[in-house]
Design a protein around this ligand. Structure first.
Ligand code: PTJ
Length: 252
């Protein structure tokens, strides 16, 4: 692995790329995860590789949702497992969320390796290894779920999702929080809360927001959620990308 020195302008981005490559070598990340990561990199570039005010607003509403939740669950796939296992662990601990492994390209070998990896990173008892039910109207592997986990969750956090599961989870009456750098994706447009940010920045941002909200009474937390407008947050994120492009174009 050839890594640039930390003063390289693309250091963080290249480091993450290496994590994904290593994830593939370890049998954790799907090859398709490379393509997904590349798409994410493009949108991250456009958003300015930072947590925008729009994303921060979405993180605050997410924190309120999770604090009020009875059974919040973080869904982990092969990209998330290698990009930010510590951030998943910390958020799960702080906000008492279960962690469920859920894969699109599911194989017993990958499930086993991801489980071991998460346990090694300090995540206690990830679930998903023995799914015992199916999300209605979702026939593929992503529909496999666990009772007491995603199947019974009231709030599900789905970073780097791949489409129709968000819709299916919402049809079950759940609140779905997605972290997706692509504001145009179906997932982004159908989630209850869409955080247009890199999962690496978004998970700690939710955690920080939760610390500042933890002493608020329930009705104030509820009003943060009720006053949150996801459509305007998505539109704002797209507008931010357009402004960033305009700035670059006008400097040429
Ligand atoms: O591990 P598996 O088998 O469950 O497969 C996982 C992947 C990611 C391969 C699968 O879910 C997939 O194909 O996803 P998509 O349809 O490519 O969607 C992934 C979305 O996540 C895209 O919209 C990307 O822009 C976005 N994305 C990629 N990297 C990041 C990201 N969003 C936030 N943070 C990232 N680091």
């Amino acid at each position: 692995m050839t890594l640039p020195t930390p003063d390289h302008p693309r250091y963080t981005s290249l480091l993450l790329r290496e994590r994904i490559v290593k994830g593939i070598e370890m049998g954790i990340t799907a090859k398709q995860g490379l393509v997904a990561h590349g798409r994410g990199e493009t949108f991250d570039y456009l958003i300015g590789e930072c947590t925008t005010d729009w994303a921060q607003k979405a993180c605050k509403a997410s924190a309120a949702h999770i604090i009020l939740a009875e059974n919040p669950v973080i869904s982990v796939n092969g990209n998330v497992a290698v990009l930010c296992p510590e951030e998943v662990r910390d958020l799960a601990k702080t906000l008492k969320c279960k962690v469920e492994i859920n894969l699109f390209h599911r194989t017993p070998e990958r499930m086993e390796k991801i489980f071991e990896h998460l346990v090694n990173k300090g995540i206690e008892a990830p679930i998903g290894m023995e799914p015992d039910c199916q999300i209605p109207n979702l026939d593929h592997e992503r529909g496999k779920a666990t009772r007491g986990g995603i199947y019974d969750a009231d709030v599900v956090i789905v970073p780097l999702e791949d489409g129709d599961r968000t819709q299916a989870l919402r049809a079950m009456g759940k609140a779905v929080i997605t972290i997706d750098l692509n504001p145009l994706s179906r997932t982004s447009r159908t989630a209850s809360i869409t955080i247009v940010d890199n999962v690496l920045r978004a998970l700690p941002a939710i955690q920080e927001e939760s610390v500042s909200l933890e002493d608020l009474p329930r009705d104030e937390l509820r009003s943060i959620i009720d006053n949150y407008d996801n459509a305007s947050v998505i539109a704002g994120s797209i507008e931010q990308m357009r402004c960033n492009l305009d700035t670059v174009c006008s400097s040429l």
